[in-house]
Design a protein around this ligand. Structure first.
Ligand code: UFG
Length: 328
């Protein structure tokens, strides 16, 4: 059985869906602080916090867990700057508790949800896995610390791990069963789509004076279902004992904020107001993955290579969600 922590969250819930489709048995754990109970598609769900070692002990005692896929973490960069304590406790202490329970129950496989935020400002583009790691936020530092903890635990205790460094996760389950739903929303694509839907008055571009072709930041958007697939491939490779410690997950193609806005206009067929704003502190000008290692070693191929396809799945989901919530 596979334990998925953060199974009610955006990427965790999509990964559970793919794991179930591949025939894996899954138990999900989530404290529901930001996740959504109805996103958990596996039969077994435990509402528990990684900061509660007794609850964790019960999960491992009551289930025959072979591997862990670990998503549970706070993920908002800005919030981590304002309130680092929440990040160090939830992300780092939570992971330590999880690893203690794994050790106690001799669970030796963990796939870890890491981030491009471990790199900080890129020195080269696209970014390879061995790029210097200088995270610019407490959030990014917690992800790097957790990777380092996993590396030390692998050495000392023989726990096998893979860290998957996502670039910008986007899009939603094409079947429309689950999708992206953050409150408050801070991510670019859902914000632009909210403006297209009319539930948001306008989109503000955070910085138009970057040293990029159109002056706005560049990001590498990767579909959440492609991310989910990579977790399954990484787990399988880990079980064969052949996994590398870390893989970048991105398409290798960057899109500027202005391009994203244009693609959203085309996909939705709607227009909305866009205003220029100041830079958001901490934003690197460009983040683009070199994903070759995941492609070569894991045999991973992102299926959503066009930004318009990614946006289309996000748009379909958002219209459905907001209709259900009665927000438009
Ligand atoms: N942006 C805007 N206006 C908005 C929202 C975002 O212009 O209203 C811009 C941002 O300034 C940035 C780009 O759109 O240039 C993408 O912003 P997101 O907030 O969607 O994503 P980030 O690139 O900031 O964050 C992602 C992940 C984080 C990770 C980070 C690494 O979501 O988990 O990359 O830097 F930490």
């Amino acid at each position: 059985m596979i334990l998925v922590t953060g199974g009610a969250g955006y990427i965790g819930s999509h990964t559970i869906k793919v794991l179930l489709e591949r025939g894996y048995r899954v138990v999900a754990l989530d404290n529901l602080s930001v996740g959504h109970r109805e996103f958990v598609l596996c039969d077994e769900f435990i509402e528990a916090d990684l900061l509660d070692p007794k609850a964790l002990e019960r999960v491992f005692r009551d289930h025959s867990i072979r591997s862990v896929v670990h998503f549970a973490a706070r993920t908002a960069v800005g919030e981590s700057v304002e309130n680092p304590e929440v990040y160090y406790y939830n992300n780092v202490v939570g992971t330590l508790n999880l690893l203690s329970a794994m050790r106690a129950h001799e669970v030796k496989e963990i796939v870890f949800s890491s981030s491009a935020a471990v790199y900080g400002d890129p020195e080269v583009l696209p970014i390879p896995e061995d790029h210097p790691k200088r995270p610019k936020s407490p959030y990014g530092r917690t992800k790097l610390m957790m990777e380092e903890i996993l590396s030390d635990y692998a050495q000392a205790y023989g726990i096998g791990y893979v860290a998957l460094r996502y670039f910008n996760a986007a899009g939603s389950d094409p079947e429309g069963v689950i999708g992206e739903w953050h409150e408050p929303e801070t991510h670019l694509i859902p914000i632009v789509l909210e403006a297209a839907l009319g539930v948001r008055d306008h989109v503000e571009i955070f910085g138009t004076d970057y040293d990029t072709p159109d002056g706005t930041c560049i990001r590498d958007f990767i579909h959440v279902v492609d991310l989910a697939e990579a977790h399954v491939l990484a787990l399988e490779r880990l079980r064969e004992g052949r996994a590398s410690p870390a893989y970048n997950l991105g398409t290798g193609v960057g899109h500027s904020v202005r391009e994203v806005i244009e693609v959203c206009r085309e996909v939705t067929g709607r227009d909305f107001r866009v205003v220029k704003g100041p830079r958001r502190p901490g934003d690197p000008p460009a983040l683009v993955a070199d994903p070759r290692k995941a492609m070569e070693e894991l045999g991973w191929r992102p299926r959503y290579t066009e930004l318009s396809e990614i946006v289309a799945t996000a748009w379909e989901w958002m219209r459905k969600l907001y209709a259900r919530l009665g927000r438009f």
